[in-house]
Each structure stands twice: as structure tokens, then as C-alpha cells.
Design a protein around this ligand. Structure first.
Ligand code: DOR
Length: 312
């Protein structure tokens, strides 16, 4: 059975990897994702120029019954140079995605310049969708700002570049963002980031469960699967075929991976369930996925990718 995928000339021997933010802040965590026999790649924690401690704790909470997670980490990361050091020294057979999330357009462009001028030979993911930095909006909800940063970035950036998007909830917004993204030679889009600014309440104490922003935080896990699939599907129907799609959101079973691919995902990322289960999740998900594919009589992902059926 062939569970491989290709983006921008990079071959992925397995269809899954971590979602940025989970199991990827330190070299040890990145190594553990790369060392899994069932991952195709790794993506680094979104970097800012300087090290950031992130928001005050508690800033991450798991809802009961693997319903999902809420986080307001606030981009804790070791700083751009740490990840640059990691990716340039790492001898990895697997492709590496270098995620960046500058707090301004200029910070993102500065990091992209450094990546362009470096020996880094992987893929870059520009995170335009972090919901958790107080006072900073999610850039990709501002279509003009998104167009502006991509215009400036592609004027000099020649390595494979993709964007991490927030979820959209309106057909007009799917049309609008796709029209912008289609103007650029993007290698991929990654959809979705967490659903921003949800609120979870503790039944016993009538209190929010995380401290930053009065309890508001990004929702992930089972709760977001339908939204994630809608975004993968809507963008696959609208984007140029050269722009590949990484499907992220709500993956807790092999069936969830299958559904992302059915909607058009080339690769699938695991966030909340990786945080809950650890890297062993990839072995379980790949086994469950392979069982479904076998039962359906397929032998490769390409046979059903994007082949979602609708009711006539
Ligand atoms: O849910 C998220 N949390 N998405 C991001 O892009 C960043 C992360 C954080 O560090 O808060």
C-alpha cells in the first residue's frame, strides 16, 4: 500500500506529521516526531525573532472524553535562531517545515529574508492565524493584509512557501481568500489553525479553564473536525491544483485522516490528539487508515484524494 505524498518536489513517505505547536518546541520534541516510523515530516513550533515565554499558565486544557482542547499558549518558542540551527544541522531524510509567526509584517519579512539567505532546504510555513497573542489579530482574517504580505514575500522569497490559515465560516470568505492565494506561487496551504477565541467553563467552579484573555482560546480536537473538513474541501475546490493542501483539525482516528484526504488533503497533521496521546498516535492512526483503505479496495491515497461524493 502506498501512503506517500508529494509537495513542491518533496516526497513524504507517510501522510501524517505533527501540527505546529504540538511536540515541536524543543530539539528533543522535534527529534521524537522525526524518529517516529509513521511520520512523513515534522513542522517546527512557529518562531518569532526572539525567544518568547508565551502567555501565563494555565494556558492549555483538555476537555473530557477527548472532545477537544483549548489553548492560549501565546507563541512560546525558543526564537528563530534556535530553529534555524536545528534545521540546518539536522541530518534528516524527512522534509522539515520551518514555521514562522512574526508579530508584524516586517518581522515575518525579516525572517523570510533570513530563510532565503540561509542553507535551509526544506519548506517554510508562514503562520497567519495565531489567535492567542493579546492585541494582535489573526492576519488571514484581514484579506488586504494577507495580500500585502504575500506580495512582498514573493518578491524575493524563492524557496517552497505555504501559509497556515485560520478557519473560514462563510462561502464568500472561501471565495475571497482563494482568489488572493491563487495569485501566488504557494507550495501549499495548511488549513485549519485552531478555531480562535472559544470559551470553556469548568462546571464545578463556574470558572474559565485557562488564564490568558479572560479564558478565550483556540479550540482544537474532535470539536473542530467538521470545520476543518469544510475548509479543506472548500479550498481544494477553489485553489489552483499546484497549491497542495495540508489538512489539520479534529484528527483522532484513521477515519478522520481518511476524511481529510477525501476532502483533498495531501498531508494530514495531528495536533490535540498528539498532545493527548504522544507520538504513538501516528502508529495507531496509520494502522486504522490502512485498514479502511484496504477494506475500500484502494492501494494508494491518490485513488480517493478529493473524491468526496455529494448528493445529486
Ligand atoms: O492555537 C494556536 N496556538 N495556534 C497558533 O498559531 C499558536 C498557538 C499559540 O502558541 O498560542
Amino acid at each position: 500500500m502506498n501512503l506517500t505524498a508529494t509537495i513542491a518536489g518533496f516526497n513524504f513517505e507517510h501522510v501524517m506529521l505533527n501540527a505546529a505547536g504540538v511536540m515541536c518546541q524543543t530539539a528533543e520534541e522535534l527529534d521524537s516526531v522525526l524518529a517516529s516510523a509513521h511520520t512523513g515530516a515534522v513542522v517546527t513550533k512557529s518562531a518569532t525573532t526572539n525567544l518568547r515565554p508565551g502567555n501565563p499558565a494555565p494556558r492549555y486544557y483538555e476537555l473530557p472524553n477527548t472532545l477537544g482542547t483549548i489553548n492560549s499558549m501565546g507563541l512560546p518558542n525558543e526564537g528563530f535562531d534556535y530553529y534555524m540551527d536545528y534545521v540546518t544541522k539536522k541530518q534528516s531524510q524527512k522534509p522539515i517545515f520551518f514555521s514562522i509567526a512574526g508579530l508584524s509584517k516586517q518581522e515575518n519579512l525579516d525572517m523570510l529574508h533570513q530563510l532565503q539567505d540561509s542553507e535551509f532546504s526544506g519548506l517554510v510555513e508562514l503562520n497567519l492565524s495565531c489567535p492567542n497573542v493579546p492585541g494582535k489579530p489573526q492576519t488571514a482574517y484581514d484579506f488586504e493584509a494577507t495580500q500585502a504580505i504575500l506580495t512582498e514575500a514573493f518578491a524575493f522569497f524563492k524557496k517552497p512557501l505555504g501559509v497556515k490559515l485560520p478557519p473560514y465560516f462563510d462561502i464568500v470568505h472561501f471565495d475571497d481568500i482563494a482568489n488572493i492565494l491563487n495569485q501566488f506561487p504557494l507550495a501549499f496551504v495548511n488549513t485549519i489553525n485552531s478555531i480562535g477565541n472559544g470559551l470553556v467553563i469548568d462546571d464545578d467552579t463556574d470558572t474559565v479553564v485557562i488564564k490568558p484573555k479572560g479564558g478565550f482560546g483556540g479550540i482544537g480536537g474532535t470539536l473542530v473536525k467538521a470545520t476543518a473538513l469544510a475548509n479543506v474541501r472548500a479550498l481544494r475546490l477553489r485553489l489552483n491544483p499546484e497549491i497542495k493542501i495540508i489538512g489539520t483539525g479534529g484528527v483522532t482516528s484513521g477515519r478522520d485522516v481518511y476524511d481529510h484526504i477525501l476532502c483533498g488533503a495531501d498531508l494530514v497533521e495531528v495536533g490535540s490528539q498528539l498532545a493527548i496521546e504522544g507520538v504513538a498516535v501516528f502508529e495507531r492512526l496509520e494502522r486504522e487508515l490502512a485498514d479502511i483503505i484496504t477494506k475500500k479496495g484502494y492501494s494508494s491515497l491518490a485513488e480517493f484524494r478529493g473524491q468526496l461524493k455529494v448528493i445529486a
